[in-house]
Every structure is written in C-alpha cells, then in structure tokens.
Design a protein around this ligand. Sequence first.
Ligand code: ZN
Length: 137
Amino acid sequence: MAEKRPPRAMVGAGNEEFWQGCDNGELLIQKCGKCGHRPWPVVQQCEQCGSDALTFEAVSGNGKLASWCTFERPYYGDLMPVPYDTILVELDEGPWFISNPKGFANTEAELGMPVKVAFLDCEDSHGAFKLPVFERA
Ligand SMILES: [Zn+2]
C-alpha cells in the first residue's frame, strides 16, 4: 500500500524527468557536459561553471551516510506523523541527497555507513510515485 506523502517539488524544468526516473527505478542526477559536475537538486545552469549543457544520467544509487536527524515538529500534519527520521547521503558520484531511511532507524545510524537507494511506493496530491529512500547496503 502506498504511503501518503506531502506534495513533491514538481515545479521547474527537470523535476519531471527526475521523478520519471524514479518511476523507472533509476536515480537520475544531472551531469554537466562541460566540467562534469553533478548538481543536486535540479538546476538550470551548472553551479560550478555556469554551463547549461546539463543532461540526466542514472547514478549507482550507492552512497554513505553523512548525517541524520529526527523531526519532532509536525510540518506536514497527518501526512508525516512525528517523529520521523531524515538522513543525508553522500552519493558515490558526489552529490549530497536528503532522504528517509528504510529498514533502519537513526538510533542505529553510523557515520559512513554504506547505503543504497530503494524506491518506496508513495502517493501525494499529484498521484502515485516512487520515492527514493536509502537502506543498508
Ligand atoms: Zn559545469
């Protein structure tokens, strides 16, 4: 059964492509064709060199745990009952990605713990979608 979630960021060029990738089980992150930088979240111009030669490429989905926190304030009402865990993952390709843990709680988190992406069936006001979350590698 799909988890109800707050609305995704759907506004702006590139976000639809990102979510389409998730629906296909791929974590698509932009890559700059000029300098190779991997920006995240989606940008219209490279943060490093200013180029707009950005293309989406699937990353491995592997990374390591860089930080974590537990939200105890209800920003989303019943859609995200508190407390809930949030993690910061450093992807192997470089970008830092904020997500939720799957299959472990932040009380078990360890700095540098290897993790891999998984896609959780979710639903928001736009419909069904796959949310990238991270589990132990
Ligand atoms: Zn660049």
